[in-house]
Design a protein around this ligand. Structure first.
Ligand code: 13P
Ligand code: SF4
Length: 320
């Protein structure tokens, strides 16, 4: 077990954990931010649930003394970069991301150096160090707009190759210089399995996240960020949707449209829960309670990395 893990067997967890979290939240003047990929009970106790763009905006405007961030590390780190004077606690410090982990800062520095003069546009799923080397940050909700911001200029796009390919097509930029990272969840949806499911449900609308492989995106009726997928599933007249993203979004859709029929796009290995992000799912109500009680673990970002990373994040927020 890593030292950063909390050993829950050693901890007194209150029976009514939701009430205990609410009490602590008042006491600490804390705000709980959660991503759509969190367990439903974590989403339900949060003050705000959103996609990575909306969460960064919520963090920027947070009126509180403490931020409890239920998501993955790069999201909480972004909140800390925007709020250097506030403690930002996370339920589990090991909640990482394959995209952020697959783009180490020293290797990315070499990559950038190989393309002098190119603007560096980085997906928010990256470490603070990588953000600090960037000219602009984007999320899946605004990536096309951010690419268009650098019209006529060379662009390095990192770290997701699937999002890069999607955005390149949408923005008519086949010349993006791409870091070849991928998401372990979205890359594992099976195009073959999806084709079979579509045959079984010919009236279903297929909604996909742009981190998916091209063979999956080719079968999608609608491609968007998690917020976009949820909005579409709620608003479309189609009764049935097939969803190619993490299945945490089901909770939000079904809360708004209880009669909706949702199918998960199948993974390559039918026996695994590959449609659940293993990092996001490390967070639990118990760990959230302990994080608020102990104000630990806290995300820290050292200067001058924080100040450097703040510039492209704020640029994105002002352009969004
Ligand atoms: P969103 O920006 O759509 O919330 O996506 C974040 C993410 O990590 C997708 O895997
Ligand atoms: Fe990272 Fe993929 Fe998990 Fe999103 S779903 S946080 S991109 S590993």
């Amino acid at each position: 077990m890593s030292e950063r893990h909390t050993d829950l067997t050693q901890q007194a967890i209150p029976t009514d954990i939701e009430a205990a979290i609410r009490e602590l939240k008042e006491e600490r003047r804390a705000i709980i931010l959660a991503h759509f990929y969190q367990e439903s009970e974590v989403q339900d106790i949060a003050d705000f649930v959103g996609d990575s763009l909306a969460l960064a905006q919520a963090a920027q405007n947070a009126d509180c003394d403490v931020i409890a961030f239920c998501g993955v590390h790069f999201m909480a780190e972004t909140a800390k970069i925007l709020n250097p004077d506030k403690p930002v606690v996370v339920p589990d410090m090991d909640a990482g991301c394959s995209l952020a982990d697959g783009c180490p800062a020293d290797e990315f520095r070499d990559f950038v150096d190989q393309h002098p003069g190119a603007k560096v546009l980085t997906y928010i799923n990256a470490s603070a160090e990588v953000k600090a080397m960037s000219d602009l940050i984007c999320t899946s909700a605004n990536a096309v707009k951010m690419v268009n911001h650098f019209k006529g200029e060379d662009i390095i796009f990192a770290p997701d190759r699937h999002l890069a390919r999607f955005v390149g097509k949408e923005a008519n930029r086949s010349d993006l210089i791409v870091w070849q990272g991928a998401c372990v969840v979205h890359e594992l949806f099976s195009a073959k399995g999806l084709a079979k499911l579509r045959i079984q449900h010919p009236d279903a609308e297929v909604l996909a996240h742009p981190e998916c492989d091209q063979a999956v995106l080719d079968q999608a009726d609608f491609i968007a960020s998690t917020t976009g997928i949820i909005k579409r599933a709620v608003e479309t007249p189609e009764r049935v949707s097939i969803i190619a993203t993490e299945d945490g979004v089901f909770h939000s859709i079904l809360k708004q449209v209880p009669g909706k029929v949702l199918y998960q796009a199948p993974g390559m290995d039918e026996s695994c829960a590959c449609n659940q992000c293993p990092y996001m799912r490390l967070n639990t109500l118990e760990k959230l309670y302990l994080a608020l009680r102990d104000l630990s673990p806290q995300v820290e970002v050292k200067e001058p990395i924080r100040a450097k990373a703040l510039v492209p994040i704020e640029r994105m927020l002002s352009l969004s």
